[in-house]
Design a binder for this molecule. Structure first.
Ligand SMILES: NC(=O)c1ccc[n+]([C@@H]2O[C@H](COP(=O)([O-])OP(=O)(O)OC[C@H]3O[C@@H](n4cnc5c(N)ncnc54)[C@H](OP(=O)(O)O)[C@@H]3O)[C@@H](O)[C@H]2O)c1
Length: 333
């Protein structure tokens, strides 16, 4: 058995992007298993914007304490077990943390779930399209309750959540417009994902392009970004439109809530609903089954950006805020 567990522990609460040393790489012994425990080797780490929030403040989960292993989702395989319900070779997803090995005690702590081996399907789908970001897109679009012919705008639309949310909009017959930060991401959305239009918000005329791409106004905003992008979308919303408040990433490294004007919400009588994916845990299986079927029949396409090595995780977290990823961002160990 291995005897060293490399871990990234939270050393400082970052200001802005992560700085070198905010997460410190340490080596600690792999714990001896007690009865009722199992040891899993982490194979893939899910890199999520919420990790930046977990580093600095109590949110829907408590902030990670200084000195603790950084919280993250991951995919792992059981390598040794003294637990009746886990056997060697079982594959799981859950809160593995940024480390090589994690101990499970079956208590429900860590929200571990067993996942199947599916022929010709990569393990990483359980962190992406069939994992938390796919599920977030699914339940966010359930809140939106889209109708055929409605116009849906998605921000951070070439990311893990946005790319799936937009495609679900297409499945429901919406006109789908994505907003993202590079021309390559925009051409992926229109050429491969079937979006009706895609707008690069870094081009100076992006607001005019948004107006041109939404001739009938906007009925649904799947909001991942906040700030100026959200303000512009709200300005084009139709009366009684729906804003699904999934994330406000433009504010996460700035300590700015990134919210748009409540005046527009009032005047346009918008329905705004925030949600946190953890609230839907009892329905994950139902949603993953539907997402899996859509993927199998070619209705959902997904991309992954994969970095290699635990030591790359801090750079990977920063990539989410500089737009370096397309689709789901993963670190392979
Ligand atoms: N409510 C929930 O339970 C829940 C669960 C999961 C995720 N989320 C939220 O969903 C959003 C997307 O998360 P994800 O995991 O799918 O990440 P992601 O979209 O794969 O990656 C983040 C993307 O956001 C874009 N971005 C970053 N800073 C930006 C800025 N200042 N302005 C405009 N775009 C910016 C970047 O793409 P560009 O190149 O396009 O800039 C980046 O690639 C986040 O807000 C996250 O917090 C919410």
């Amino acid at each position: 058995m291995p005897n060293t567990n490399r871990q990234l522990r939270l050393q400082n609460r970052p200001k802005g992007l992560l700085a070198p040393g905010d997460l410190q790489l340490v080596e600690s012994p792999v714990p001896e298993l007690k009865d009722g425990q199992a040891l899993a080797k982490v194979k893939y780490l899910s890199i999520d914007p919420t990790m930046r929030a977990w580093m600095v403040a109590d949110t829907y989960l408590p902030a990670v304490p200084i000195g603790e292993v950084m919280r993250s989702l991951g995919f792992a395989e059981i390598v040794e077990s003294r637990h009746a319900e886990y056997k060697k070779g079982d594959r799981i997803t859950g809160l593995t943390g940024l480390q090589d090995y994690v101990v499970l005690d079956g208590s429900g702590k860590g929200l571990f779930q067993r996942v199947p081996k599916i022929p010709f399907v990569s393990d990483t789908v359980f962190l992406g399209v069939l994992g938390v970001t796919g599920l977030t897109a699914f339940f966010g679009m359930e809140i939106a309750a889209p109708k055929k012919g409605e116009t849906l705008v998605v921000s951070a639309a070439a990311g893990a959540t946005g790319s799936i949310a937009g495609q679900i909009g297409k499945i429901h017959g919406c006109r789908v417009v994505g907003i993202a930060g590079t021309d390559d991401k925009c051409s992926w959305m229109t050429k491969d994902l079937g979006f009706d239009a895609a707008i690069n918000y870094k081009h100076p005329d992006w607001k005019e392009k948004l107006t041109a791409a939404t001739p009938n106004g906007i009925d649904i905003d799947f909001e991942n970004v906040g700030g100026e992008i959200m303000r512009e979308i709200l300005n084009r919303m139709n009366l009684h439109g729906c804003v699904v408040l999934c994330g406000l990433i433009s504010g996460y490294t700035k300590g700015d809530p990134g919210l748009a004007s409540f005046g527009t919400v009032l005047v346009k009588r918008l329905r705004v609903q925030g949600f946190i994916i953890l609230d839907y845990a009892s329905r994950f299986m139902e949603a993953a089954t539907q997402l899996g079927q859509w993927k199998m029949f070619g209705k959902l396409k997904d991309r992954e950006t994969i970095m290699e090595g635990l030591e790359k995780a801090p750079d990977a977290i920063n990539m989410l805020f500089t737009g370096g990823n397309t689709g789901k961002l993963i670190v392979k160990l």
